[in-house]
Design a binder for this molecule. Structure first.
Ligand SMILES: Oc1cc(O)c2c(c1)O[C@H](c1ccc(O)c(O)c1)[C@@H](O)[C@H]2O
Ligand SMILES: O=C(O)CCC(=O)C(=O)O
Length: 359
């Protein structure tokens, strides 16, 4: 059976969210997004790195940018990049196209419905109820392969609006260039050749998946999560949003809300870079909150190695005093293992809840 669309639920005007969307107490946001906004200037903030001089002829300028990118990747596993080189116009067009798709009636979007249960994740979807816990996220999404170009299945891309394909293709090309820059910076910081990480991650076979997250208004945002806490299975993730706050990073024991900075591109370090670097770079735990007044939309590009790429700590970052912290696994094994672990943890939590209720 197709899962309920969160958008349809939200539009039905319900005052209380269905039980499957109510997070366990320990997962609930302590303050809803609108309250968080007032205190967002307090405490530690996600690092902001201005990379305008990335290609500068001045070696000192380049060195300083590289130092800041590596520092943010080590300490936070996330950063907001300014002056990243992707034009404002392209970003506006990408966001207008994604919004135009989600502005279609749900029945139109259903024509692109994915079949997650059958392993077909490309298309329009909502999180499936996991048998173990039945917990759901307050979001619908659109997911498709963006790169490499020759592996795209254009039947899974939205046909409306007409501009979607051109603009998403152009954005993908820009992100692909940034992948090379960031992986080069991180490789150098580890003392390996600049091309090394990109090569291990598949080189020209490196994959990029686009996920447009659509978070409808939620009548009880303090009880729900748009995306539950997770680290990304990717190597890197690039994120844009429509300037509605919601992304939070777990840092030094607290959830920190990402500031909405016009023009900024958020970059997450994912599990694959954490593994390659033997934990020198951090795959940051993050989650997405929802909002009572505003629809939130975000655009995530996940950069992944091919499924069969074997990823383990690079030999240069391992020695007697730095033993490998991760076993080498193919990307497919990593993904399967993580999903299995999550399902198992949810099953255990649910069993414990049931036991508590019956005693
Ligand atoms: O290739 C990837 C890499 C990622 O890091 C992720 C991904 C795909 O998809 C996750 C996802 C997609 C669709 C869903 O319904 C989910 O519940 C998760 C994404 O969260 C991310 O980890
Ligand atoms: O919407 C966001 O800000 C976060 C999205 C996310 O973490 C994801 O799609 O995996």
């Amino acid at each position: 059976m197709a899962p309920a669309r969160v958008e349809s639920l939200a539009l039905s005007g319900l005052a209380a969210i269905p039980a499957e969307y109510v997070r366990p107490l320990e997962e609930r946001p302590t303050e809803c997004v609108l309250k968080v906004k007032r205190v967002e200037d307090e405490g530690p903030q996600i690092p902001v790195v201005d990379v305008a001089g990335w290609d500068s002829a001045d070696e000192e300028i380049k060195k300083e940018i590289r130092r800041q990118v590596a520092k943010a990747s080590r300490e936070w596993g996330v950063m907001q990049l300014l002056n990243h080189g992707i034009s404002e116009t392209l970003i506006e067009r990408l966001q207008a196209a994604g919004k135009a798709f989600f502005d279609l009636p749900v029945e139109e979007k259903e024509k692109y419905a994915n079949d997650h249960a059958a392993g077909k994740i490309a298309g329009y979807g909502s999180k499936l109820a996991n048998n173990a816990s039945g917990q759901l996220e307050w979001e619908d999404y659109y997911f498709h392969l963006l790169w490499p170009e020759q592996r795209r299945d254009m039947t899974t891309w939205p046909k409306h609006p007409q501009e979607y394909i051109d603009v998403t293709d152009a954005y993908g090309r820009e992100i692909r260039k940034l992948v090379t820059k960031i992986l080069g910076t991180l490789s150098s910081d580890l003392g390996v050749e600049e091309e090394r990480m990109e090569r291990v991650l598949g080189g020209e076979n490196l994959e990029m998946q686009l996920k447009i997250n659509y978070y409808p208004r939620c009548p009880q945002p303090e009880l729900a999560l748009g995306v539950e806490a997770h680290t990304d299975i990717s190597a890197l993730t690039f994120l844009l949003h429509n300037m509605v706050p919601g992304l939070q990073l777990f840092y030094e024991g607290k959830w920190v809300t990402a500031k909405c900075i016009p023009g900024a591109l958020i970059v997450h370090i994912g599990d694959q870079v954490e593994i390659l670097s033997n934990g020198k770079f951090t795959s940051g735990l993050h989650r997405g909150l929802v909002n009572k007044e505003k629809v939130r939309i975000s655009w995530a590009v996940f950069c992944d190695p091919p499924k069969d790429a074997l990823i383990g700590p690079m030999k240069e970052v391992v020695d007697e005093s730095n033993p490998p912290l991760f076993p080498a696994k193919t990307f497919k094994e990593h993904t399967d293992h993580k999903l299995f672990k999550k399902a198992q943890a949810q099953a255990e939590a649910q069993a414990a809840n049931k036991l508590n209720q019956s005693t």
